[in-house]
Write a protein that binds this ligand. Structure first.
Ligand code: C2O
Ligand code: CU
Ligand code: CU
Length: 496
């Protein structure tokens, strides 16, 4: 494990290394693990509706109640389902105690509908969204986006799936209804009494806020009863900072059929998938090889780079506590294993059923633009600013400063160079892109479709190709590690 940290560790500041081993250890599953049925967020299937954010107290893990934010009473926020071609009228009522604004992650909407932090509304005010849906069927999502407050607001429960349907996808007859499961997986931190906590010190601002428990749809370790047939899982890593490797407890394979921007050209069989905060995967799982009575668990392992050991330190609690550092932490026992990973959801095969679904060979045709037609290549450096944290091209976010000017309609390659010691999930608003390559290795199967969020590992260069067809105006791009974003790892681009 030491070897895997590599030489990079030598460049870490001494205060980073000296962290405390304080006995706050691995996630221990509660006694009642896998004893409560998985819940699903409220559903909204409408074109004209209100979304009201409110403060509430909810029991999430253990017996203590936590301060949360609900949307229309739901935590996670409701799953919104619309059809391509529909016109939406959504009124966002901010009834929480901070300014807020909603961003539609992955949707291409006009600049004043995009939830730019400059549009945040004060408590008790409303923001009226009016926009048309004209993009591919897929698993998008939405969440707050106020400057410096996105992390805490998502963490406390605001954020839900935004599903677009179209006729092309409908014709595939993918598993739907009870056979289509929205799964929002989020890492949270709970105190011993079971209260969800969020606090930032300099280190958390620099690394991201890491937790000790995985919730799925706001629940700790639930179960879900399934039939022995195909299911569609719409999986979102909605964590603030944690990158997760998902797989099944018996290592069985499944199929990835889509990613951030909709369906792929064909299903691809895999046995694990890495999702950064903000990334989605559309998966098909075939439970037909199981017999009634069998159980299979879905697992997620923490993966934030730096050899896993650094993660352990972040999670272990020492890093959360600037004042109490000492020398022993680094080599302390079990550092690398201190994380929120493990089984977070149990599927119980309880029903015998004929499955009418047959896995198609082809799903859709992907028409990516041609790299040869690129108008320009833009280099984006992810940099580490001494004592201040990660930034973009050496700068921190400023609300109205235009950092990149893009010609409307231009086809561009954005080349992200990660000169920092940690991975960054980079996200562009107002567009979907095609990943061209990553210097650190081949693209993963789910990275071959349309994307809006991409992991850039430490030291890596990743190139993406994208056409800027959105309306003229100001949009942001940023790291989707929400503490990085809140700390200013965000920049404006203006379509002109
Ligand atoms: Cu999901 Cu600007 O973010
Ligand atoms: Cu977005
Ligand atoms: Cu980052």
């Amino acid at each position: 494990r030491l070897a895997s940290i590599g030489t990079g560790i030598a460049t870490l500041s001494p205060s980073l290394l000296a962290c405390r081993s304080d006995g706050n250890t691995d996630l221990v599953l509660p006694d009642n693990a896998f004893s409560r049925p998985l819940a699903f967020p409220e559903k909204i299937r409408a074109t004209d509706f209100e979304l009201a954010a409110e403060t509430a107290r909810r029991k999430l893990a253990g017996d203590a109640a936590s301060d949360v934010y609900t949307l229309n009473g739901s935590l996670p926020s409701p799953t919104i389902r619309v059809k391509r071609g529909e016109s939406l009228a959504i009124d966002y009522q901010n009834r929480i105690d901070q300014e807020s604004i909603i961003h539609w992650h992955g949707l291409i909407v006009p600049p004043d509908m995009d939830g730019h932090p400059k549009d945040a509304v004060q408590p008790s005010q409303t923001y009226n969204y009016r926009f048309d849906i004209d993009q591919r069927a897929g698993t998008y999502w939405y969440h707050p986006h106020p400057d410096k407050l996105t992390g805490p607001q998502v963490y406390r429960g605001l954020g839900g799936l935004f599903i677009i349907e179209d006729e092309e996808e409908q014709a595939l007859n993918l598993p739907s209804g009870d056979y289509e499961l929205p799964l929002i997986v989020q890492e949270k931190r709970f105190s011993d009494s079971g209260e969800m906590t969020y606090s930032l010190n300099r280190m958390a601002r620099m690394m991201g806020f890491f937790g000790n428990t995985l919730l799925v749809n706001g629940m700790q370790a639930p179960y879900h009863e399934v039939s022995n047939r195909f299911y569609r899982l719409r999986l979102l890593n909605g964590s603030n900072a944690r990158i997760l490797d998902f797989s099944f407890s018996d290592n069985s394979s499944f199929y990835v059929i889509g990613s951030d921007g909709g369906l792929h050209d064909r299903p691809c069989e895999i046995s694990s998938i890495t999702l950064t905060p903000g990334e989605r995967a559309d998966l098909l799982v075939d439970f037909s090889s199981y017999s009634v009575g069998q159980e299979i668990r879905m697992t997620a392992e923490a993966r934030n780079g730096m050899g896993g050991m650094m993660d352990g330190m972040m999670v272990g609690g020492g890093m959360m506590n600037d004042e109490n550092n000492n020398e022993e932490g680094m080599m302390g026992d079990g550092m690398g294993s201190r994380n929120s990973g493990g089984a977070f959801l149990e599927f119980r095969v309880t029903n015998e059923e004929q499955d009418p679904f047959r896995l198609p060979q082809a799903l859709t045709e992907l028409s990516f633009p041609n790299e040869a037609d690129t108008d320009r290549t833009r280099r984006i450096d992810l940099t580490m600013e001494m004592m201040q944290g990660p930034a973009i091209n050496g700068k921190f976010f400023e609300m109205l400063r235009t950092d990149q000017k893009v010609q409307q309609g231009a086809l561009e390659i954005w080349e992200f160079n990660n000169g920092t010691m940690m991975p960054h999930p980079m996200h562009l608003h107002a567009t979907q892109f095609k990943m061209l390559d990553r210097s650190g290795g081949p693209l993963a199967p789910h990275e071959r479709g349309w994307k809006d969020t991409v992991r850039i590992d430490s030291g890596e260069t990743v190139r993406v190709l994208t056409k800027f067809d959105a309306e003229k105006g100001l949009y942001v791009f940023h790291c989707h590690n929400l503490e990085h974003e809140d700390n200013g790892m965000m920049a404006n681009f203006e379509i002109v």
